[in-house]
Design a protein around this ligand. Sequence first.
Ligand SMILES: Nc1ncnc2c1ncn2[C@@H]1O[C@H](COP(=O)(O)OP(=O)(O)OP(=O)(O)O)[C@@H](O)[C@H]1O
Ligand SMILES: [Mg+2]
Length: 385
Amino acid sequence: MTTRQLPASGEDKAADGHARLDNLTLARKEGWRSFVTTPTRPQPEPLTSTNLRQLSTAALADYNKQRRIWHANLGPIKTPQLAELHEDLWDIVDSNAQDGDKAKGAIAIDAFPGLGKTTAVLAFAKKFHRREVADEGEYTAAGHERWPVCRVGLTGNTGMKDFNRAMLGFFAHPGTASGTTADFARRALDCMVSCEVRLLIVDDLHFLKWRTKNGVEVSNHFKYIANEFPVTMLFIGVGLEARGLFAEGDSYADAVLAQTGRRTTRLDVQPFAVDTETGRRQWRQLLLALEQRLVLAAKSPGMLSDDLSDYLFSRSTGHIGSLMTLINRGCQRAVRTKTERLSQDLLNEVKTDAAAEAARRELETAIDARRITTVPARATPGRAG
Ligand SMILES: Nc1ncnc2c1ncn2[C@@H]1O[C@H](COP(=O)(O)OP(=O)(O)OP(=O)(O)O)[C@@H](O)[C@H]1O
Ligand SMILES: [Mg+2]
């Protein structure tokens, strides 16, 4: 038997870079840099079932490992939601290039979990970072490293001091051990000014308690940042409106929060919907794009977009997070069991998140009764080409 040799994955170095990336490293500027500069992961070479049988055990193990990592990181796909969000973000961020004495408008992306907020913002921030460095150079006029983006992820019960410390942490500033909240803020301001930060991303803002004494303090603090720091603030969170970020009312607290609200543009991210022809077409486009990316030996055109369209919609209820989890786990199973393709039978064995499972039953009943379809009237060819 001939043993087929896999092409050496020449991008070993790039793959190493990817392996070191995790959410935690994005909290540090070096991690951010590797996120921004690591080249896009190369798609493993598609092999046929015959090719697979010809691989030696070691080569097959290596190929499957490449595919495991590949399928776990499909994306980001340029969905209409992502594209629209990026357009809005460019508008706002670029219009904020006024002189330093004007407070900048802030942005709040407020949407349900698992709709791709973080994914879309990170993809935008990557482009923004690259554009700024290409335009302005890697170093500022004063000789400091240029960091166009600072990203802070909040965790449970973050207070102002922790928030300031997290900003300092991003810059690996030595002064995080001691000092008052104001000291930390001042040091963070120094870092942002010298590194010419333009965009400050605060992810998972809902971890802050807003409508309490703490909420007013934090709101004032963000106002201070907006006034003093030459940055556009980009908040991401779930239920920010309900938490009072945009509140207007009678009390002092409301007035303070309203001031934040007035300066903040709210952007939304919606799930996929199939109640209009446009929606159905977008769903199909997504499945076609996903199909292209799967590296399974027995995949066929239309495997997702024709055969599984209704099924995938009811399993994910149009939430990209649930869909990507299902596809990722399905692909891992298809490789492991050597089925090498996705089918309803296989996906039935795959578990996804509880929320999607709960919403699924209702949709399935409606689709079975032909009250809902996910297929556009004039479908672009999946199987035909
Ligand atoms: N455009 C996309 N292309 C491919 N995969 C995506 C895309 N958007 C989101 N995903 C996947 O969906 C999952 C959820 O996305 P993400 O974490 O960005 O959602 P989120 O809205 O920030 O959720 P949360 O509110 O829980 O933080 C991720 O695993 C991500 O890989
Ligand atoms: Mg998120």
